[in-house]
Design a protein around this ligand. Structure first.
Ligand code: HEC
Length: 189
């Protein structure tokens, strides 16, 4: 009788262990799936076009795989902006060789660091903050308006699940320390 109970207890314990292993493995798989979906959406959404510094190639600028999504390089110099170049009958916008800096009627905007670096990237953002920012077009959902040409309104059209996938992917990439400058208002251009 005693032996039977002990055997049952052992089987029960092993079963519980196995169940825990399976649950952990399926959680991991689910997260991997979410990250893969996020990578797919980031690629299709063209985030690299503006958020990744470029390598200059004979075919034109291409994203630098070592600086993936790290934003406008803090060490880059701001080329001189010819006065009076932007206007209704003039040019609509200017950009730099990295396509990470944009000049327009809104002033100068610099593409943000989207890597999980804690101080200079999205490392301290929560999933909720990311979703709120994309839904409202305001920094963290409550701060200043996000400037062009960031297409936040295109991201606002996505489901929560897809925004979570994008955020999971951004959290999974290599953190890169790069403090992107604050935007410059139009009058100081
Ligand atoms: C056409 C250029 C462009 C594209 C494409 C683009 N962004 Fe941006 N993004 C910017 C610029 C410029 C800023 C900085 C705007 C500002 O300072 O207000 C920015 C800012 C952000 C921010 C920071 C917002 C904040 O409140 O600090 C996040 C997050 C972001 N982009 C995510 C993305 C994601 C994800 C994609 C791809 C789906 C993407 N961006 C595509 C140009 C772009």
């Amino acid at each position: 009788m005693k032996v039977k109970i002990v055997t049952l207890l052992i089987i029960g314990f092993l079963n519980a262990l196995l169940f825990q292993e399976i649950t952990l493995a399926s959680e991991k798989n689910k997260n991997q799936e979410l990250i893969r979906r996020g990578e797919y959406l980031v690629s299709y959404g063209g985030c690299n076009d503006c958020h990744t510094p470029k390598l200059s190639t004979p075919k034109g600028p291409e994203p630098d795989p070592n600086k993936l999504l790290s934003g406008h390089p803090s060490t880059a110099i701001l080329p001189e902006i010819p006065p009076g170049i932007i206007g209704p009958e003039k040019w609509g916008a200017l950009t730099n060789n990295d396509l990470t800096l944009w000049v327009g009627p809104w002033g100068v905007s610099f593409a943000a660091n989207l890597t999980p670096d804690k101080r200079t990237g999205l490392g301290s953002w929560t999933e909720e903050m990311f979703i709120k920012t994309m839904r409202t077009g305001k920094h963290l959902g409550v701060g200043r308006e996000i400037l062009p040409p960031m297409p936040w309104f295109s991201l606002a059209a996505l489901t929560d699940k897809d925004l979570k996938a994008i955020f999971a992917y951004l959290k999974s990439i290599k953190p890169i320390e790069n403090a992107v400058p604050q935007p410059i208002p139009p009058q100081k251009q």
